[in-house]
Design a protein around this ligand. Sequence first.
Ligand code: AMP
Ligand code: ZN
Length: 130
Amino acid sequence: MAIIPYNPPTLKVEFVMTSCIFCKIIAGTIPSIPLFEDEQILVIDDVHPAAPVHKLVIPKKHIATLNDLAAEDTLLMGHMLASSAKLAQKLGIAEKGYRVVTNCNAAGGQTVFHIHMHLLGERHFNWPPG
Ligand code: AMP
Ligand code: ZN
């Protein structure tokens, strides 16, 4: 009997790559001007800035929401957070203060379903957030 190859994870990744705006930016099919890039992450300016400094720290791996994190993503999330702090230093906002935010799903205000951290600075942020 013939064995028909079946590889659902590969099919899923191809679907995600063609439908996700951040995957398109990472693949270069949507042009961007990266402020920083390494093997794991890309940092770009937010197209609709909510503060004078508003950067997006985006992992090259497609993960839809915080709810979809796997145990293997722990180091990646730490790298994203540490990179946000390093970037804040480079941008000269570290001492004044800044905010790093990840929104999750509809009630959290997430609109792009590829996880990312917002690095926001150069204005005062209230607590609790609106
Ligand atoms: P969130 O609502 O937390 O999912 O954040 C998504 C962010 O991505 C928003 O602040 C958008 O302004 C931003 N955004 C959407 N499309 C682009 C794009 N092509 N380039 C840069 N930022 C984008
Ligand atoms: Zn994606």
